[in-house]
Design a protein around this ligand. Structure first.
Ligand code: NAI
Length: 245
């Protein structure tokens, strides 16, 4: 069976680099028309041109609910419909809990969790009418097992899992499927600050003995967006080389 997403329109937040970009490239390579979303609209348009001639760039700061609503309206107007939503944009503001400021908590929850709620609520109206849609939320293994210095980030990612399962239950009868992909350590700008020693120590804890690549995560997302996954909803697919099991 070959994955064919031609005729499908996908919106991927935070897709100007890293995991989001790899997801956008994988969806486009399978025939989907992809909306590249970044805070800087001009950069998003430039990346879209690199990803595929059909891709379109959109500017949106996902920390701002009004910008997400406008993004979905724009994308629906441009594309006609949104069939696939990938909530990928995310950030970290790490600190031990006693030093974590309220602003650090709110910034991470707003960008990582509230954004997915607002975007999902906006796209599901159309998906429900068409009785078809896929929502993929990019969480993290940290949302499953917690992490020192990441109370805000872990809470946002655990929250995404609860959000996804609830969406899966609410919308299953309308043909809308929702799943989580939970990456382990993936080589992107987010993990670029790791020292060589930290990288080696991490690899030693990973059964597959390496950090992941953005394409490893993109493959899981592509599968969950495809007909191969039409009987899968409310699940967490961990992509971590076997680190958490
Ligand atoms: P990255 O930092 O390279 O990319 C994150 C993207 O989100 C960037 O394009 C950034 O501009 C965008 N973004 C952040 N805040 C935004 C906002 N307010 N509005 C619009 N866009 C915003 O990081 P990476 O690694 O590609 O991360 C992608 C997703 O994967 C994130 O949700 C992250 O939490 C998750 N993840 C990453 C892991 C890793 O090891 N790299 C592990 C587990 C999860």
């Amino acid at each position: 069976m070959k994955i064919d997403l031609s005729g499908k329109n996908a919106l991927v937040t935070g897709s100007t680099r890293g995991i989001g970009r790899a997801i956008a490239e994988a969806l486009a390579a399978s025939g989907a028309r992809v909306g590249i979303v970044g805070r800087d609209a001009e950069r998003a348009r430039a990346i879209a041109a690199e990803v595929s001639p059909e891709a379109q760039g959109f500017g949106c700061d996902v920390s701002d609910p009004a910008q997400i609503v406008a993004l979905v309206e724009d994308a629906e107007r441009e594309f006609g419909s949104i069939d696939i939503l990938v909530n990928n944009a995310g950030l970290t503001r790490d600190n031990i809990m006693l030093r974590l400021k309220d602003d650090d908590w709110n910034a991470v929850i707003d960008a990582n969790l509230r954004s997915a709620f607002v975007a999902t609520r906006a796209v599901t109206r159309g998906m429900m009418k068409r009785r078809s849609g896929r929502i993929i939320n990019i969480a993290s293994v940290v949302g499953l097992i917690g992490n020192k210095g990441q109370t805000n980030y872990a809470a946002s990612k655990a929250g995404l899992i609860g959000l996804t399962k609830s969406v899966a239950k609410e919308f299953a009868s309308r043909g809308v499927l929702a799943n989580v992909v939970a990456p382990g350590f993936i080589e992107t700008d987010m993990t670029a600050a790791l020292t060589a020693e930290a990288r080696a120590a991490l690899s030693a804890q990973i059964p597959l003995e390496r950090l992941g690549q953005p394409q490893d995560v993109a493959g899981a997302v592509l599968f969950l967006c495809s007909d191969l996954a039409s009987y899968i909803t409310g699940q967490v697919l961990v992509v971590d080389g076997g680190m958490v099991m």
